[in-house]
Ligand binder design. Structure first.
Ligand SMILES: *[C@@H]1O[C@H](CO)[C@@H](O)[C@H](O)[C@H]1NC(C)=O
Ligand SMILES: *[C@@H]1O[C@H](CO)[C@@H](O)[C@H](O)[C@H]1NC(C)=O
Length: 365
């Protein structure tokens, strides 16, 4: 629906051709009306503080198109600022569109902050596409697809450059792209500059991450939520991590129940990594990094064509810290991360549970 103002006053009209019918949302109070349409356009919207831009229960087949600048009022709350649920949705944005979280309003205090911060964008969708969304300055975790099935995600940008890189410690807990409990989800051609995990999954099946660029934050993390969450068939390929605390991490929590099966990293470039280039460990949680790793199956892990440099000799090229029975059927081919001499670690870094005969050089000095 649009509004046109003539000398006589304002007329409301619905765009005439049935196939092109759409609703242009000007105000969050119009959401119920908008959801009757097959296409919703959201342009230059200001969402009030403490309110979710609630695109839940959209009709199957709905297209949502974002344009202009979408902003949000400031409140200490958990969010999300935007929520989308439904099936067969097409969620997209014009190339100039920006979700601007104006996250600096929540970043105060960094890691020590007790402020409650909103998650930015959460989708729970099936058989859908999500493309072209550009997020500036996320207050907290940015883009989440949870319980998503058969979803193609592409061209997501998470741009929190205004907070500097992770060492600035400002925009704490700003994970970029997160998948949880998904099935058959792809993420392609995306870019993240943030201060926490670039990509993270705690659990799910059949995930493909292709052409992801990560800068500033905490790298790519495949790891358990604990509580029985499995990661099964997750491939991350043709991607790069630059100037980040960690490069690639595969982890499970201490005493986690669950497994990793078929996690593959392929054609990855790491550059200027500060702490660990590749780390694989089974003691995530309060006892990390020195506590005993507990048993957790990591079956069919593949690392192939991975090259990288550490920022300084203090870092570790590769660190593995697993229960002796965790690693099964690994492949480790053409992995060449260099420049680290594990010099920053006290006590000196050692490894556990490294599978034999793969030529893995762990915690090189
Ligand atoms: C996986 O999702 C895609 C959409 O991204 C769909 O085309 C494909 O059929 C799905 N595969 C299976 C096995 O369901
Ligand atoms: C990879 O993704 C970036 C966006 O981050 C895009 O500009 C580039 O064209 C993509 N590369 C390929 C080979 O598709």
């Amino acid at each position: 629906m649009g509004t046109t103002c003539l000398a006589l006053g304002c007329l409301f009209f619905v765009v005439a051709s049935a196939s092109a019918q759409y609703f242009e949302l000007k105000n969050v109070n119009q959401l119920a009306e908008a959801k009757k349409f097959q296409k919703i356009v959201i342009r230059d919207l200001q969402v009030p503080a403490g309110v979710t831009l609630d695109l839940s229960n959209l009709k199957p087949g709905t297209t949502v198109e974002f344009a202009g600048r979408i902003t949000f009022g400031h409140k200490e709350w958990k969010g999300p600022l935007v929520k989308v649920t439904g099936k067969q949705l097409n969620i997209m944005a014009h190339s100039n569109a920006r979700f601007d979280g104006e996250g600096h309003r929540w970043w105060k205090g960094g890691r020590e902050s007790k402020l409650v911060k909103p998650r930015f964008f959460e989708a729970i969708v099936d058989d859908s596409t999500i493309t072209g969304l550009y997020f500036k300055n996320t207050p907290a975790p940015c883009f989440l697809c949870n319980w998503c099935h058969n979803v193609a995600i592409s061209k997501i940008t998470v741009d929190t450059k205004d907070a500097g890189d992770g060492r600035a410690g400002k925009a704490f807990n700003t994970d970029g792209i997160s998948l949880g409990y998904v099935k058959n989800v792809t993420v392609r051609d995306s870019y993240v500059f943030n201060q926490d995990d670039c990509f993270v999954t705690g659990g799910g099946e059949d995930m493909l991450i292709d052409n992801l660029t990560c800068e500033g934050g905490n790298g790519i993390s495949v790891g358990s939520l604990g509580n029985g969450a499995d990661v099964v068939r997750c491939t991350i390929r043709n991607s790069r991590v630059t100037n980040s605390l960690n490069g690639l991490r595969v982890k499970s929590e201490t005493n986690a129940v669950g497994l990793h099966r078929g996690v593959t990293f392929e054609n990855i470039e790491l550059k200027d990594i500060h702490q660990y280039g590749i780390s694989i460990y089974g003691n995530y949680g309060p006892t990390y990094p020195t506590g005993e790793p507990t048993f957790f199956v990591m079956d069919q892990l593949t690392m192939r064509n991975i090259k990288g440099t550490m920022k300084a000799p203090g870092g570790a090229n590769v660190w593995i810290w697993l229960h002796k029975d965790s690693a099964r059927n690994w492949k480790w081919e053409n992995v060449n991360v260099v420049g680290g001499k594990s010099a920053m670690f006290r006590p000196p870094l050692t490894c556990k549970g490294v599978p034999q005969n793969l030529g893995i050089r762990c915690a090189e000095k």
